[in-house]
Design a protein around this ligand. Sequence first.
Ligand SMILES: Cc1cc2nc3c(=O)[nH]c(=O)nc-3n(C[C@H](O)[C@H](O)[C@H](O)COP(=O)(O)OP(=O)(O)OC[C@H]3O[C@@H](n4cnc5c(N)ncnc54)[C@H](O)[C@@H]3O)c2cc1C
Length: 393
Amino acid sequence: MIDVDVVIVGAGAAGLMCAAQAGLRGRKTLLIDHVRKAGNKIRMSGGGKCNFTNYSVEAENYLSNNRHFCKSALSRFTQWDFLALIDKYQIPFHEREHGQLFCDHSSKDILDMLLAECAQAKVEIRLNEKIQSICVASADGFILKTEDTQIHCQSLVIATGGLSIPTMGASNFGYKVAEQFGLKVLAPSAGLVPFTLQPEDKERFAPLSGIALDCRLSNDRISFRENLLFTHRGLSGPVALQQSNYWFPGETIEADLLPSHDLYHELIEAQQQQPNSKLKNVLTHYFPKRLVAAFVASALAEKRLQNLSHRQLEELSQSFKCWQLKPNGTEGYRTAEVTRGGVDCDAVSSKTFEAAQVPGLYFVGEVLDVTGWLGGYNFQWAWASGWCAGQYV
Ligand SMILES: Cc1cc2nc3c(=O)[nH]c(=O)nc-3n(C[C@H](O)[C@H](O)[C@H](O)COP(=O)(O)OP(=O)(O)OC[C@H]3O[C@@H](n4cnc5c(N)ncnc54)[C@H](O)[C@@H]3O)c2cc1C
């Protein structure tokens, strides 16, 4: 039987941060993961450059059934605290749009930094280790059984993340542990994920694959403006991923494919100034030809502006500015960046991350029902929750 103070299950972003903090406090800490490499998602994040945080982090950048839950941790371990760590390890980084911060070289810089912090804190890391069962120890703490050993710990931290990208080690382990100890799990679903289209739309928009354009997507709850990318499967790009966090099956989304223009009035003006121009030629000032062909019937596109009524021009601008889009679904966990839902935050302390009804059991990171926007918010949540729990475990 191995005896340690703290076991952390999941050597991802939150688990590594939590382990380093617990170790630095002098707690004998064991970090366990069932895959062969720690921090797989850190490695693959941000196109290999890891969008590790954002200059502006607010509770509004997160979704949760308990929207106040994230505030405490985000204010105790901020983006500036993470940047101080980045500075300590002299990791070069740069800012992209919307305050997003990325590594100059590689996301491996972030992973190496966290592994160095763990090494300095004398954290033991066991990879490729599967936990078969967890039970409450008779005196105090928990007993974990793996294939060939038993581990006793006082504090048990579940940092097993969400369900996205199962090939990278994602599992429902954290939800199962929560349920075993009587905590509610709010139905998980894929977030920050491309949309798939209804069969007829898929066929209609298939020729647009590869086109990216500035777009606003809105529903009655929220609106995002960023690039939209047509793919051979459906709609992707940052604006689609952001909106997917706020989309539920069956809902319609409104797309404005020309958010900087009052298309209707500009078409009226064009009608006065160049009445002989064909509609399709005027529209290709604004959109790629393939997109015009997919949105405007060819007979209409061939008409000259002078032969179009104001009503027709209005309907036409509406079709670009108020496109009513009903996705068929999403690409699911295979490509999702995050999982919505998870362990109910009401069952966990926002200060310590300990389960209210189960002393010694902690949940951090994405396994909790806290989902960030695209832009470094999910990592900031992992760092903040992991750091805070690390002060108490
Ligand atoms: C492709 C991609 C790109 C992303 N890019 C960004 C980005 O640039 N910026 C950003 O903020 N967020 C990004 N994210 C989201 C971000 O990676 C996650 O929100 C974050 O990693 C969550 O941290 P976590 O520690 O809670 O979970 P994870 O980092 O997922 O770590 C969970 C760990 O638990 C382990 N585990 C799971 N089940 C078990 C088990 N049964 N036993 C033992 N171990 C287990 C897993 O192997 C994994 O190592 C991206 C996600 C993906 C998929």
